[in-house]
Design a protein around this ligand. Structure first.
Ligand SMILES: [Zn+2]
Length: 305
């Protein structure tokens, strides 16, 4: 079976778990997020089914070297189409910090791909990068929609905060676009896990490159800058084997463990940096990292109780 679920930074598994563990008054924004994610998931499935990955060698030589960014204010609507254009390439900062953070994050992601890989934007053809901020009301997610847009929720302040703050999150989501244009990996099973792993690696590398960190110095946490108190300290760790478990309260607790996962991972991504290579026996990276929306067949360490 082929799936192309929405490439969200926060998985539906985790959202459902938090909803179950939360008091009734806290469930509303979480359930709204899940409902919106499902709607976009269907749309992205249709888009991916129509897309054919570009053949190897078909890349045209392009001048490149500069991004083409546009940031739109969705003004809390849940429309698929871009809202009000508030900042475009070359314009200075505006009053809205979310707009500026999205703009800067796009630029820093472009910079890594250009400086290191000489890749000219998401499609290597100078594709405009469109960011849609303030999506929905207290929307607890951020995602690449497969149609050229990255959506940013403001968060409800408990699960997530302003998602434009997450440079690694921006790198993660835009890398879904790169993967889509390079390979259009089916978002299921092994290829889905590989898709996710690539996004986490590149998202972390965007932040490391900006901070001039070595792989050894980096914390390899994903989403540390966007989590609220209920998900602190981060969404995932690529460095420390860890998982989340529920407690008797609504708060989820992060625990680290050296125990192997309860189920077998569907794939073992190739280590992409020295930090990810381990000299001690470890479960596959994806097994340790947990499951992302729609990636079936992988373990669910982070969201199992
Ligand atoms: Zn993802």
């Amino acid at each position: 079976m082929s799936h192309q679920p929405l490439a969200c930074i926060l998985s539906p598994d985790l959202l459902r778990k938090v909803a179950r563990a939360s008091a009734s008054e806290r469930r509303s924004p979480i359930l709204s997020t899940l409902e919106l994610d499902q709607s976009f998931r269907r749309r992205r499935t249709e888009l991916a089914a129509r897309q054919i990955a570009r053949p190897v060698g078909a890349r045209a030589a392009a001048a490149g070297g500069a991004p083409n960014r546009s940031i739109y204010d969705q003004e809390h609507s849940t429309e698929y189409i871009p809202g009000t254009l508030v900042r475009k390439e070359g314009q200075g900062p505006v009053d809205d910090v979310s707009v500026n953070q999205a703009y800067d994050g796009f630029g820093l992601t472009y910079k890594l791909f250009w400086d290191i890989f000489r890749r000219d934007s998401i499609d290597d053809q100078g594709m405009p990068i469109l960011g849609l901020v303030h999506y929905g009301e207290a929307y607890d997610n951020a995602f690449w929609d497969g149609a050229g847009h990255m959506f940013f929720g403001d968060g409800d302040g408990q699960l997530l905060t302003d998602t434009t703050k997450g440079l690694d999150v921006i790198g993660h989501e835009l890398t879904h676009g790169v993967t889509q244009h390079e390979a259009n990996l089916t978002y299921s099973g092994q290829s889905g896990a590989l898709n996710e792993s690539m996004s986490d690696v590149m998202g972390s590398l965007v932040r490391q490159y900006h901070l001039n960190q070595s792989a050894a110095k980096a914390d390899w946490l994903i989403g540390k800058d966007i989590v609220g108190p209920e998900l602190a300290p981060a969404l995932r760790s690529m460095k420390a084997p860890a998982r989340r478990t529920s407690t008797t309260t609504s708060r989820l607790t992060w625990i680290t463990t050296s125990a192997p996962p309860r189920t077998t991972a569907a794939c073992t991504p190739t280590p992409a940096s020295p930090t990810m290579r381990s000299t001690s026996p470890q479960p596959p990276l994806e097994a340790r990292r947990g499951r992302h929306p729609g990636v079936s067949g992988t373990t669910r360490c982070w969201t199992q109780g």
